[in-house]
Design a protein around this ligand. Structure first.
Ligand SMILES: [Mg+2]
Ligand SMILES: [Zn+2]
Length: 176
């Protein structure tokens, strides 16, 4: 069984400027390449699970999202990072779908295709819904990023850079 790192996108992979939908607005967070390289080195598969209600709200199209996603995946690849899959929820909250975090639909889709050791897997996000997803989907450890007031997380850091530096120094955490 393989361990996985599940990643939120906005606020984790890229700076959250609000409904980011094109390449010009997409700014990788400081330290994210090193963080993903660290998990890769430790044998984790990487999955992005992202709420993209901007599609359901009509702010941008699914096509625009997919163009940006392809560019993002290629850029990460050029930095030695392979993303297995990007799962996204295109729905607005009022649609009451089963995939919008903190519901587990996107994780359920991934588990149909991959055998994942959830207990030893991690989730990293910048909203309470990411942390709640961790519990709802029985993912072993959660990391909360940023200065929101979080509950029920395992680790929290002010920034991705701080998280990266901590895990580089405490790499044993990733091999448990
Ligand atoms: Mg986010
Ligand atoms: Zn959805």
């Amino acid at each position: 069984m393989t361990k996985a790192l599940f990643l939120d996108r906005d606020g984790i992979i890229n700076v959250d400027h609000g409904y980011v939908c094109d390449i010009e607005e997409f700014e990788f967070t400081k330290g994210i390449f090193e963080l993903l390289q660290l998990f890769t080195q430790e044998g984790y598969l990487l999955f992005i699970v992202t709420n993209q209600s901007g599609i359901g709200r009509g702010y941008y199209s699914q096509e625009a999202f997919e163009v940006l996603t392809e560019w993002m995946i290629n850029t990460l690849h050029d930095n030695g990072i392979e993303i297995q899959e990007v799962q996204y929820c295109p729905h607005a909250p009022k649609e009451k779908c089963y995939c919008r975090k903190p519901q587990t639909g996107m994780i359920d889709e991934i588990l149909k295709k991959y055998t994942i050791d959830l207990k030893h897997s991690w989730m990293i996000g910048d909203k309470q819904s990411d942390i709640d997803l961790t519990r709802n989907a029985h993912i072993g450890s959660s990391i909360a990023i940023g200065d929101r007031q979080f509950q029920n997380y395992d680790y929290s850091f002010a920034s991705i850079q701080a998280c990266t530096e901590y895990l580089q120094k405490n790499i044993a955490l990733l091999s448990k």
